[in-house]
Write a protein that binds this ligand. Structure first.
Ligand SMILES: [Zn+2]
Length: 316
């Protein structure tokens, strides 16, 4: 799917001509972002590619690299591919009639199995009690930017604590190993453990607001569906209370570009990746040095593969 973003916030270094929906030329243009990613070596995928399609040991389907039905690797060893630790949990809601083979949601699940959950609509979690910790990435007139999201979540948290001074942490989500770094620091301070004098002073210098900025968000929900099918999911009453966030417009490098759709429709894995990058810089306030680049591991490999095939076909 294919999260679309409004064009108004498009990177200002781009010329206005780039804002128009374009027909993807053949071969696809290599994206700057893809070239700049810090990725694990593709050796294992190259070996798997040479072996060709294999039978998935669970369902018997003919697959290469992974089985999109069973969500497991096929002809690829887990220890030979990267594993990405994420600072927050990711829920991906998939439309039941979305063709699994076309979805890039599976990339996220395979590369970050501990932090990513895929749900098939209508089986989705209840988020009502956690609207100050969970957001939905979806573009629209009421959607806000990642920066605005921080402020809104903080405001919501402040309102909640005014209403009920004793806020019990949610037992489901409050395990220390699930917390983003900034959160752990704040927790450490609250309980008086494992906090050096220096970092305590630093936190005071930055003020409590800076510390709490990183605390609030714990889970992000994405919808993996074609644009036409999305309506049924997005209008579901269980999702109405969630804050909707949209990404700064990024240009997709998705090879299954939908005819007629603008090139700002992102594949799900692109949307997850870009959100995390923004979260890292704007919410955790840390320098981004490629921590989540390997989420694009399969995507980049497949993109290169398809580009090569197209170039070869073009030369004939
Ligand atoms: Zn299978």
């Amino acid at each position: 799917m294919d999260v679309s973003c409004p064009k108004s916030t498009w990177d200002q270094t781009q010329s206005p001509d780039n804002l128009k929906p374009i027909t993807i030329p053949d071969p696809l243009p290599a994206s700057l972002q893809l070239q700049d990613l810090k990725l694990a070596p593709f050796t294992e995928l190259e070996h798997a590619q040479q072996k060709g399609r294999l039978k998935c040991s669970s369902c018997g389907g003919s697959r290469m690299f992974f089985c999109y039905t069973c969500c497991c690797l096929v002809g690829v060893h887990q220890q030979e591919i990267p594993s990405v630790k994420l600072p927050i949990k990711i829920d991906i809601i998939k439309h039941p009639s979305e063709v699994d083979g076309k979805s890039t949601a599976i990339h996220a699940k395979i590369l970050s199995p501990d932090d990513v959950t895929i749900y098939t609509y209508p089986c989705i979690p209840e988020y009502e009690s956690e609207t100050n910790k969970v957001v939905l990435v979806f573009p629209g007139p009421e959607s806000i930017s990642v920066e605005e999201m921080l402020q809104r979540l903080q405001d919501m948290a402040a309102t909640t604590s005014t209403d009920s001074p004793v806020v019990e942490p949610s037992p489901k989500r409050r395990r220390a190993n699930e917390m983003p770094e900034g959160t752990q620091q704040a927790e450490g301070k609250a309980s008086g453990t494992k906090q050096t004098q220096d970092s305590a002073t630093e936190a005071e210098k930055n003020g409590q607001i800076e510390t709490s900025r990183a605390c609030v968000l714990q889970r992000v929900v994405f919808i993996d569906s074609t644009w036409n099918q999305t309506n049924r999911i997005i209008t579901d009453e269980r999702l109405q209370a969630l804050l909707r966030v949209e990404l700064k417009t990024r240009k997709t490098c998705f090879w299954r570009h939908q005819k007629g759709s603008p090139d700002t429709y992102l594949a799900t894995i692109e949307a997850v990746y870009y959100f995390l990058k923004d979260y890292h810089e704007l919410c955790l306030r840390q320098e981004y040095t490629g921590q989540y680049d390997n989420l694009m591991y399969f995507y980049s490999f497949l993109h290169t593969l398809i580009n090569k095939a197209k170039t070869t076909a073009g030369k004939r």
